[in-house]
Design a protein around this ligand. Sequence first.
Ligand SMILES: [Zn+2]
Length: 194
Amino acid sequence: MVLEQRALILNRSWIAIGTTSVRMALCLMVRAAAHAVDPVQGTVHDFDSWSRMTALEAEPCVRTVRFRLRVPEILLLSRYDAIPRRRVSFSRRNVYRRDRYTCQYCGAHPAENALTVDHVIPRSRGGKTTWTNCVVSCARCNRRKSNRTPEESGVRLIRPPQEPTWSPCLTIPRDQRRSSWDPFIPAGLRLREI
Ligand SMILES: [Zn+2]
């Protein structure tokens, strides 16, 4: 699906800051929050001038009733606030990332499949499934703690859990990278999904 493909996002200094879906890229262009960069010519286009360019036969495009719209592969943000800072979504994987795959009670680094997410205040006692009540725990500490609070079970948290302020870093799958992005991506840069 063309709209779910990825477009590279450059900040106003032409530095890659991440990727977004083609769908979101077109929304940003319609809102004049970003311009499309022609991957061949290097020219910059607003939505109107981009939509007037004809997609070549072989080129990926978004088909509408009236025209074939070229897929924006590279976006240049036109406003500093074009992309609002997103909160990190709560998920098991993001709890693992926040806690660096480390048991928050004993500091062990077991294999990922041996990690669990522990409710500091157990759910049976009204503990919520939130950033501030969930931590990574190894299976041993989880068993030891069981349905008790840390105080009751004699375990101590390495640090109090907090909502993370970073965005999770994601490596874009190789088949979604476009060769037109290469000039903007220094070797080893990990692309954030925005
Ligand atoms: Zn442990």
